[in-house]
Every structure is written in structure tokens, then in C-alpha cells.
Design a protein around this ligand. Structure first.
Ligand code: SF4
Length: 379
């Protein structure tokens, strides 16, 4: 059975936000002055261009802020996907806490959406201000409760740590609040300073001071301990889930399985091609409304590139690289390509090997980028 016949993942990028956050490099623009119905129609037309015959295993509507769309538009989009594909095993919509409302959440649930990912980021009001977020901590709790009332039993929270001027007590407070909310999944990413963002400029000018690496590492380790204590399995470097609630869509990325990218600036990996759509809404609409794909780039990676990418992505998962699955997907024995890198990182205590897997140790988790760098060129 080919991957296509198993059903790919479907990622739909909604490139709108109410206001741009100063740390964010995702492609998104303000909502004002555009026809959102026209935009949603274009997304559906792009999906139809793929002539998908096997329903996707997962659908993920992300952004940007999907909840920037009017309630009826976002619900119509979800409903149209349900009409096309029936019920999808995991159908996620990202939700901004300031925009979650009962009518929207109930409409999404009735349209086949079964997972909500809430962009909480922090439970500290001052940190949310630093991040330029429009919500307050109380709205995160309200959003989770509204999703629960609407019937969602799979709710995730996104958190960010390592913020400028942050401290361990504020992070501990965020972790505790997150765990009192009865959610099933948490992602905890450290803040990275992205090129071209106001945060980058502020750091260069000295008006924003990042915390030191040792404190950031301590924050990460604290999150790992606290979430595991609360019953969340640590299944990927930055992701934690209650049993049975790992994010299947994101697992597709880490397993290097196919995902079709829909919408401006979205990236896809499908039928042996890596694609990126144009990063411009008007150009996107022009292409799609003329009945053609809106590609900015298209590459066909060779087998060795696929083998490298797969190793680096697989290593992000706590289970690591499954040697048999790796061979099946790439055609290579891992040891043949990366014997030296594996040995070196085992000697450092960053990797461990068994007969079936190669995976990061607890120590290796904090040095994952260094380990991954050793896997970017074969022996
Ligand atoms: S809401 Fe999310 S996607 Fe939009 S600007 Fe802020 S961080 Fe970026």
C-alpha cells in the first residue's frame, strides 16, 4: 500500500491575525478589508486541485489565527471538509484564547473538528504583554472551559518559555496553571529570536535582554519533570501528552510522512515533492482562481536528502529512530549513513541505542540541536 492510499495529512494555513506579535515570523497579515469567504473558497479550490481520493488521516487548520475568520466562515470551511472527507481521525483547529467563543466552538465540533489547540503562551499577564498578545490569563481558562462545554475531549495548550526578563517562578506558575485545566496535550517551546522581527531589532539595540542559556535549560528541565509528574508522556522534545493523545498530525512531520500544504506560504511534502506556496495572499488568489497551484517552490529531494531529513526529524521523538521503519521509508540502514555520528553522541551520553531504535537520552534532550547537526551529513 502506498502512502497516498493510507491518506496524507492536510495542513491549511490561515494567514491572518488581529495584530502582529513582535516575536512572530509566521506569514500573517491583519484581517481588515478582505473577503474571508472568497479566501475560504480559494482554500477549498486548492484542496480540490489535488484530486484527493483517499481521505486525509489528519487535518490541521493553523496560522496565523484561524479564529480571526468570522465564525460562519471557519465553520463553513470545516463543514466543507467534512462533506468532502467524512469524519477525519484527528481534525485540529488552532484557537486564539481571545477569539474562542461558544458559538464557534460548538459549530466546529458539529462540523467534525475533534481537537482544539489553544495558543496560551503564558499564564503571566506581564509576559503576555511582552509577547504582544491580546489575551489575558483568564481568557485561556475560559477558552478551555468553552471547548470542554462544546464537547471537545482533546484540547492542547501551546506555551513559550525563556522570555526576556522571565524567571523560574513565573514559569513554574504557568506550568501549574496549565496543569489545573484538565487538558490532554501541552507544547512548550523556548522563545527563538526570528530574523526580521521587532524582537530581533530590540535585542540588537539592547532594549530587550534574553535570559541566559543555563536558566532556559533549567526551565525546560522543570517542564519535563512537572508534566511527567502530572501524567503527561514526553513524546517529542517539546511535546507532552496524556496517554492516547499524542498529536497525530505533528507526528506525521516527525516521521517524515506526507502532508499536503494548503493556503498562502504553506509547506507540503507529497508524492515525493517538497512544495511551498506563494507568500502573498493576492498572488495566491490569482493562481487558485485561475485553476492552478500557487507554488513558490517545488523540489524533488533525492534519496540521500530524504534519509538525512528523516533521521533529523525522527530524532525529535523520544522513541527516536525506528531502524526498521527508517529502512523501509528511506531504503538505507541508519548505521551505514550515520555510524560515526551515532558513536560520537553515544560517547557523549547524548544518544542511546537498542537493537531496534536510536534515541536521545535525557541529557541529549538539552543538546538536541547539536546532535541533529551531526546527522546533517552522512559519514
Ligand atoms: S497570533 Fe500567532 S501567528 Fe499571529 S502574529 Fe501572534 S504569534 Fe504570530
Amino acid at each position: 500500500m502506498t502512502e497516498k492510499s493510507l491518506g496524507a495529512g492536510l495542513y491549511i494555513h490561515i494567514p491572518f491575525c488581529q495584530r502582529k506579535c513582535p516575536y512572530c515570523a509566521f506569514y500573517s497579515v491583519p484581517v481588515s478589508g478582505r473577503s474571508m469567504d472568497r479566501f475560504a473558497d480559494a482554500l477549498l479550490r486548492e484542496i480540490d486541485l489535488y484530486k484527493i481520493t483517499t481521505p486525509p488521516e489528519t487535518v490541521y487548520i493553523g496560522g496565523g489565527s484561524p479564529t480571526c475568520l468570522p465564525n460562519e466562515t471557519l465553520i463553513r470551511l470545516a463543514h466543507s471538509l467534512k462533506q468532502r472527507f467524512g469524519s477525519v481521525e484527528e481534525f485540529t483547529v488552532e484557537c486564539n484564547p481571545a477569539q474562542a467563543n461558544a458559538e464557534l466552538l460548538e459549530g466546529l465540533r458539529a462540523s467534525g473538528v475533534n481537537r482544539i489547540s489553544i495558543g496560551a503562551q503564558s499564564f503571566d499577564a506581564d509576559e503576555l504583554k511582552v509577547l504582544g498578545r491580546l489575551h489575558d490569563p483568564g481568557q485561556i481558562q475560559t477558552a478551555v472551559q468553552s471547548a470542554q462545554c462544546a464537547g471537545f475531549e482533546n484540547i492542547g495548550l501551546d506555551l513559550i518559555f525563556g522570555l526576556p526578563d522571565s524567571n523560574l517562578m513565573a514559569w513554574q506558575n504557568t506550568l501549574e496553571k496549565a496543569m489545573t485545566l484538565d487538558v490532554q496535550h501541552v507544547s512548550a517551546y523556548s522563545l527563538t529570536i526570528e530574523k526580521g522581527t521587532p524582537f530581533e531589532k530590540a535585542v540588537q539595540q539592547g532594549s530587550l535582554t534574553m535570559i541566559d542559556e543555563a536558566l532556559e535549560r533549567t526551565m525546560y528541565e522543570l517542564a519535563c519533570v512537572q508534566f511527567e509528574k502530572a501524567g503527561f508522556g514526553h513524546y517529542e522534545i517539546s511535546n507532552f501528552a496524556r496517554p492516547g493523545f499524542q498529536c497525530r498530525h505533528n507526528l506525521r512531520y516527525w516521521k517524515n510522512r506526507s502532508v499536503i500544504g494548503i493556503g498562502p506560504a504553506s509547506a507540503g511534502w507529497y508524492q515525493g515533492k517538497r512544495t511551498t506556496n506563494v507568500r502573498d495572499i493576492d498572488a495566491y488568489l490569482t493562481h487558485i482562481e485561475a485553476g492552478r497551484f500557487a507554488r513558490d517552490e517545488e523540489q524533488t529531494p533525492d534519496l540521500e536528502q530524504i534519509a538525512i531529513e528523516t533521521a533529523v526529524l525522527n530524532l525529535r521523538m523520544r522513541q527516536g529512530i525506528d531502524l526498521a521503519a527508517y529502512k523501509q521509508l528511506t531504503g538505507f540502514d541508519l548505521d551505514e549513513l550515520f555510524g560515526e555520528a551515532i558513536q560520537k553522541n553515544c560517547d557523549f551520553g547524548f544518544l542511546e541505542t537498542t537493537e531496534t531504535h536510536v534515541y536521545l537520552t535525557d541529557l541529549g534532550l538539552s543538546f538536541a540541536d547539536t546532535v541533529a547537526a551531526d546527522f546533517t551529513s552522512p559519514d
